[in-house]
Design a protein around this ligand. Structure first.
Ligand code: NDP
Length: 396
């Protein structure tokens, strides 16, 4: 029986709150706190109507460490699930240390004025968490998150040697809008307009944004063109999967999406630096976010599926072997269950399961950890049980 504080009432936060509410034997008390209280009220109402449970809500600006620490001292949760934005990660980690509470998130810290997401800022908390006897689990979404656990599972159970990993993320759904992002638009656009990066033979290689692509035949979806991107889970996997020769990350985009993005970039709408407008400073990408559909509003009319997985190549019993470990998720089915689309769902479910691993003691440690550092078995068992069944396809 545990108390959790969920911070962030966006697309992902809604799924985490719904899914925690559906497991009362682990999550006996739930408080959902976010910058805009109205969003918490909507989710609270859905949970009452759909699952017959009452959760508490609160207004919180998580950029303010003192405010978060005061909420933690008052509510006394066992764990904070941070599903606000990457900008809040360090402030929430500080508040957790101040109040003596464990921490979990789904995306690594990113400074607001620089589109650079790296683990170095959060890994720098290792000693402080260890000394305080607290645990922080980083990146418990799908990618990062489940993809890290798939890699750990491949290494432990399927291969003697893992040589290469290609993480493949496909959203073959249709939300009916000419252009929308599936999670926070600002974070999403910052991520995909960066140069692509992959790791090979012990070093990082950089390529121009969206300059490398390949077509992959995704199970239950079919062939789709995927583009090489930098993605944060590669940074920890190169540290934690011994013997790796190469790791890359690929994401699919439709032509329509790429055309819109190119135009927005060309006219300066994706800039993250402030510009003067009618005597006022505005950040173009923040203005663009205000115009685009809210990711949590896309669910109702979303049709189609996502398929995300890891293509792992290596050796088993002296022979070359290749497998694709993946999940397929249906947007409309997610909406029926928790009023969210599959991108929020595939992030929120692993956040709930990571929390469950920590609260039930299946994953424990003192310090700051990435997902692949723990036993993949209990996590993967729970993943299938709670809405994200996974498969291993032999591609040898
Ligand atoms: P949304 O923009 O839909 O939601 C973010 C929520 O956080 C909003 O409700 C927002 O409040 C709230 N928030 C923002 N700033 C603060 C603050 N200072 N204090 C309190 N609350 C705040 O984003 P998503 O739900 O789509 O994404 C949530 C997180 O999940 C992001 O970090 C994203 O990067 C991550 N993610 C991870 C994935 C993975 O697979 N690992 C995949 C997809 C997303 P307000 O309503 O006022 O704006």
């Amino acid at each position: 029986m545990s108390k959790v504080l969920i911070i962030g009432a966006g697309g992902v936060g809604g799924v985490v709150a719904h899914k925690c509410a559906k497991v009362p034997e682990v999550f006996s008390d739930i408080l959902l706190a976010s910058r805009t209280l109205r969003r918490c009220e909507v989710i609270q109402g859905q949970i009452r109507n759909m699952h017959g449970r009452d959760i508490q809500i609160a207004q919180l600006d998580a950029d303010k460490v003192k405010q978060t620490a005061a909420l933690l001292r008052g509510y006394k949760p066992d764990l904070v699930i941070n599903v606000a934005l990457p900008y809040q990660d360090l402030a929430i980690m500080d508040a957790c240390l101040e109040a003596g509470v464990d921490y979990l998130d789904t995306a690594n810290y990113e400074p607001p004025d620089e589109a650079k997401f790296e683990y170095k800022w959060q890994w720098a908390y290792r000693e402080r968490y260890r000394d305080a006897g607290r645990m922080a689990l980083l990146g418990s979404g799908f990618d990062p998150g489940v993809t890290n656990v798939f890699c750990a599972y491949a290494q432990k159970e399927l291969f003697d040697e893992v040589h290469t990993i290609d993480i493949l993320d496909c959203n073959a759904g249709d939300h009916g809008h000419p252009f929308a992002t599936n999670f926070n638009p600002e974070i999403n656009i910052r991520e995909i307009t960066q140069p692509g990066r992959y790791w090979e033979d012990g070093e990082w290689h950089e390529v121009a944004p969206m300059s490398e692509s390949m077509t992959f035949d995704f199970p239950e979806v079919g062939p789709r063109k995927a583009y090489l991107l930098y993605h944060e889970e590669m940074e920890s996997l190169v540290e934690n999967i011994p013997g790796l020769h190469r790791i890359r990350f690929w994401m699919t985009f439709g032509d329509e999406y790429l055309t819109h993005l190119r135009v927005l970039q060309n006219v300066g709408m994706t800039r993250i630096d402030p510009v003067q407008f009618q005597g006022q400073e505005i950040v173009p990408i923040q203005f663009l976010k205000a115009l685009l559909p809210d990711p949590s509003s896309l669910g109702e009319n979303y049709r189609g599926k996502t398929c995300i997985g890891c293509l792992v190549d290596g050796k088993s019993e002296g022979k070359r072997k290749q497998v694709f470990i993946y999940n397929v998720c249906d947007h409309a089915v997610c909406y029926q269950e928790v009023r969210a689309q599959a991108v929020s769902y595939t992030t929120g479910v692993p956040a709930m399961i990571g929390a469950m691993m920590m609260l039930t003691g299946k994953w424990r440690g003192e310090g700051v950890f990435n997902m692949e550092e723990f036993d993949p078995a209990p996590f993967l068992e729970a993943l299938g049980e709670h809405g994200l069944p996974w498969q291993v396809k032999d591609m040898s």
